[in-house]
Write a protein that binds this ligand. Structure first.
Ligand SMILES: C[S@@+](CC[C@H](N)C(=O)[O-])C[C@H]1O[C@@H](n2cnc3c(N)ncnc32)[C@H](O)[C@@H]1O
Length: 255
């Protein structure tokens, strides 16, 4: 299965049911209030935090590669009484026909892009969709290997309808050279005595701060700042999470 289709089928239910915490929408609301509207949330999933931004009165659209997530997001939007435009596209192929003063990813969704080539295409597409003075916010994550003790251990939750959702990481390949962690995992949905199973490969492809800056340069994006999520200072090669703010780079005199 293509990594862009990971969040489909029962994984959509499992993701909603097993999410560790709700997104705090406030940092994204503040980002959009600072940099302007309209806004685009890339990888909006089932609408967190996109729908909170809409409920706060902001003009925000969403885009996601999973049709199941897009449909769920539209349903959730109706239930919340908001009406964002939610587009089914991959960020690396983005062609929305609208430019945005603010583009953001809520959490490290960018690391779901499985290789440098896809990541570079995504950055170019983000650049194309930014207004001339717009800004994009890209949170990044450098994962360690999943602790061996966690492999084979199931996390489960039961939803309001009594449906049990389970997630079990089974095996993992951690490739430092390719900066890729691939976890084979099993999702299960147990309802009415029947168990539905989906086996997936969860691929995380990470970027070191310096390499990400170079990738932005090549994509025509200027890094305004990079902040380590833990220290609040500049990220280093030891950073586990850092957030990057970019803008369109000024055209060079040679064109
Ligand atoms: C970790 S989820 C976060 C979703 C959302 N913030 C939420 O909690 O509801 C990441 C989302 O990114 C989407 N995604 C993955 N690869 C993508 C791609 N290439 N282009 C656009 N969206 C992508 C997935 O389908 C998924 O909905």
């Amino acid at each position: 299965m293509d990594p862009a289709d990971f969040y489909s089928g029962i994984v959509v239910d499992a993701y909603a049911g097993l999410k560790a915490s709700r997104f705090d929408a406030e940092p994204y609301i503040e980002f959009v209030r600072t940099h302007g509207e309209p806004a685009l949330e890339v990888g909006c999933g089932d609408g967190e935090p996109l729908l909170d931004l809409c409920a706060a009165g902001l003009d925000a659209d969403g885009v996601d590669s999973s049709l199941d997530m897009v449909l769920r997001c539209r349903e959730n939007a109706v239930a919340r009484g908001v009406a964002p435009r939610v587009v089914h596209q991959r960020v690396e192929d983005l062609a929305i026909g609208r430019r945005y003063a603010s583009i953001y990813l809520a959490g490290p969704t960018f690391t779901l892009l499985p290789d440098d080539e896809t990541a570079a295409r995504a950055l170019r597409a983000i650049r194309t969709h930014l207004t001339d003075d717009g800004a994009a916010l890209v949170p990044l994550w450098v994962p360690g290997p999943t602790p061996t003790d966690d492999l084979g251990v199931t996390r489960a939750s039961v939803d309001r309808a009594g449906v049990e959702l389970r997630y079990t990481p089974l095996t993992e390949t951690y490739d430092r050279e390719r900066r890729t962690r691939t976890t084979s995992c099993r999702y299960e949905r147990v309802a009415g005595g029947e168990t539905e199973v989906a086996d997936r490969e969860w691929v995380i492809h990470w970027h070191a701060p310096g390499a990400f800056r170079s990738m932005c340069d090549v994509a025509g994006l200027e890094v305004v700042h990079m902040v380590d999520d833990d220290t609040g200072g500049p990220p280093t090669d030891a950073s586990v999470g850092f957030t990057v703010l970019v803008r369109r780079a000024a055209p060079t005199s040679g064109g």
